[in-house]
Design a protein around this ligand. Structure first.
Ligand code: SF4
Ligand code: SF4
Length: 188
């Protein structure tokens, strides 16, 4: 008898969980029918792939790590290696060399290598970069035939570090303070 009750309990539990899942499916299936929005609420999925050329992802979407370059092919990466140190799974390799720039020896970025296939999109590299040199891109079609295609060099060929313009420190005028006049002590 106990076995039968347990069997029936499991059966109804299974039907209940199936119904929960089917309700979500049904909402999305009938979302475009008149009046269906009342039941469907906010639709969070996107139509794809027919509209891939016009599809815009959300602003906060993390498609892949990128290194923005300006119109002069300059980036902000100094090659400090902080993103590489902070990446929890070794998805970043920063290769640098010492070069003479403006008469001084400086560390210069050679290659900023990003292994998209290992990236978990945690965002630590983007958040901890002191130069604000990294950002998340909106690209999402990452299916490739060869895994090596998911290893990317983020600094573009021929690109270089964007020099920061030196800002002149504002002149601060010190207020003139008149020295108090010392009165000579009166002789009694
Ligand atoms: S991307 Fe940022 S943290 Fe990484 S090496 Fe370049 S400057 Fe440093
Ligand atoms: S998003 Fe996270 S896992 Fe991906 S490269 Fe940056 S630190 Fe590494």
């Amino acid at each position: 008898m106990n076995n039968i009750l347990k069997y029936l309990g499991d059966l109804f539990k299974g039907i209940g969980t199936l119904w929960t899942g089917m309700k979500v499916t049904a909402k999305y299936f009938y979302k475009n029918m008149p009046g269906a929005r009342i039941f469907a609420g906010e639709i969070v999925t996107q139509q794809y792939p027919e509209n891939r050329k016009t599809l815009q992802m959300f602003d906060r979407f993390k498609g892949e790590v990128t290194m923005p370059h300006n119109a002069d092919n300059k980036h902000k990466c100094t090659g400090c290696g902080i993103c590489e140190m902070n990446c929890p799974n070794g998805s970043i390799e920063v290769l640098t060399s010492m070069q003479t720039v403006d008469g001084k020896k400086k560390k210069v970025l050679d290659k900023h290598i990003y292994h998209l296939s290992m990236c978990t999109f945690c965002g630590l590299c983007v958040k901890t970069c002191p130069s604000d040199a990294l950002a998340f891109g909106q690209g999402f079609e990452h299916a490739v035939f060869n895994r090596s295609a998911l290893t990317k060099v983020l600094n573009k060929p021929g690109s270089e570090l964007e020099k920061e313009e030196k800002k002149e420190a504002p002149k601060v005028e010190t207020p003139k303070v008149e020295a108090p006049k010392a009165e000579a002590p009166k002789a009694e």
